[in-house]
Design a protein around this ligand. Sequence first.
Ligand code: URA
Length: 211
Amino acid sequence: MRLHIADHPLVAHKLTVLRDRETDSPTFRRLADELVTLLAYEATRDVRTTDVAITTPVGPTTGTRLSSPKPLVVPILRAGLGMLDGMTRLLPTAEVGFLGMIRDEETLQATTYATRLPDDLSGRQCYVLDPMLATGGTLAAAVEYLFARGADDVTALCLLAAPEGVEALRAAVGEDARVQVVTAAVDERLDENGYIVPGLGDAGDRLYGVV
Ligand code: URA
């Protein structure tokens, strides 16, 4: 598994505003959106492309287009939805599938409650959106699910990660270089409730309020 920490002053600045408990939901949503676009730039470094012959006003040249099948973006409901616009801004031709997963607050185990994805993901590069890589259970289950349907590779975009989650995911997928995590930071630890410390709190609640 490959881990990429986006080390950039703009990423650090936006993340700091997200962490601040005084930041309200509208500002949080906007900043999360902007941060995802910066992460998406890093995460798509290996997106497949094809050479294409075009003619500029001055003459012929060879350019680059995204290959088919198009990349598949998979937000994990609910909080991953807050990352969707930021991702598709950079990849407007990507298709979008949905994976509904919920974490049991006592066992911290992830269960799937809804899916809306193509049955066959052969040849697909998948970009999973999940703001918080905490215990790693949700992401490990999502990666397993996408590979079981034939996905070629899976890149997860996370606003924040905990060392425990990174290690759990690494233990689940091993040295498989088809799996990549791109995040703005790896924090100190998880607390006893499975929250990332210092983290930013409950990402879903910060984006959408407490429902
Ligand atoms: N999910 C969240 O929303 N926040 C955490 O800190 C951990 C999991």
